[in-house]
Design a protein around this ligand. Structure first.
Ligand SMILES: [Fe+2]
Ligand SMILES: [Fe+2]
Length: 265
């Protein structure tokens, strides 16, 4: 078995193949991790935003499109995919922690260091083991079809950490639409704020924080955890008021839209 890292695009099945697309994203990830390491505390924020927008849709599409196929075609597919799902789960938990830690604190630096390690381990497991095994089992034509499906899903997938949502269908598929809307709205607001929004920065930060709370409320809904393996499960706190949280989520989603319309009229 040859690692995907040592194969040319033609050997991987051409540009459309899921293996070539994966390798391209992994190279981009390596560049972002290098930039992150070279950044000062303040400079880390826009780099992290780019990293989240690459990593989370990428992993979501793996979990919904690729790993179910690996489980079908490989006798040890269950074991192999569970290992990478556990790595993805750790990334989700680390990023959720990072967002609560103060810039420059030792705990944050340690979390960043671990994030770098887990992301690199995930890439090695996929390129050296999972993908060569997939390559042995499925024809190039199917690798191309998987590439198209993976690309389509990754373009509409959530872009932020959601540790409570299942790492497997059907929970993650049910969660995708509401979380994508919330995450991508938050991405836009945060990008404007980080470019320098002047006095509006505080308001943008407040709306972004509201969207984060709304996303956390949505991910706590029990349907979002369906299909989860116990080893990647994070149980929410008992006695969570689902109705109240869901209503809060709806208000948080609707508020920016209503405000934007009012401003236009
Ligand atoms: Fe990957
Ligand atoms: Fe991955």
């Amino acid at each position: 078995m040859r690692s995907v890292a040592d194969q040319s695009v033609a050997e991987l099945g051409g540009r459309l193949s899921v293996l070539a697309r994966q390798k391209g994203d992994h190279v981009e990830l390596d560049g972002l991790l290098q930039r992150l390491r070279a950044s000062s505390h303040e400079e880390q924020l826009p780099v992290l935003l780019d990293l989240y927008r690459l990593v989370f849709p990428h992993a979501f599409a793996e979990e919904t499109v690729l790993w179910p196929v690996m489980r079908r075609v490989l006798p040890d597919g269950e074991e192999l995919t569970l290992q990478v799902e556990q790595e993805h789960q750790e990334v989700n938990e680390l990023v959720t922690r990072l967002e609560r830690l103060e810039l420059g604190s030792p705990e944050r630096e340690a979390a960043l260091q671990r994030l770098d390690e887990v992301l690199r381990e995930d890439v090695r497991d996929e390129e050296d083991e999972l993908f060569p095994r997939l390559q042995e089992r499925v024809p190039v034509s199917q690798l191309r079809l998987l590439g198209i499906a993976w690309e389509v899903v990754s373009r509409v997938a959530p872009t932020r950490a959601h540790p409570i949502v299942a790492r497997r269908p059907p929970g993650n598929v049910i969660a995708a639409l509401p979380l994508t809307i919330l995450d991508r709205s938050r991405d836009r607001l945060d990008a404007i704020r980080l470019r320098g929004a002047g006095p509006a920065g505080g308001a943008l930060h407040a709306v972004s924080a509201g969207l984060t709370r709304a996303a956390h409320a949505v991910e706590h809904l029990p349907a979002m955890r369906r299909g989860e393996d116990p080893s990647t499960r994070v149980d929410p706190k008992p006695g969570t008021p689902w109705g109240l949280l869901a209503a809060g989520a709806l208000v948080a989603v609707a508020a920016p839209v209503v405000l934007a319309r009012r401003r236009r009229s």
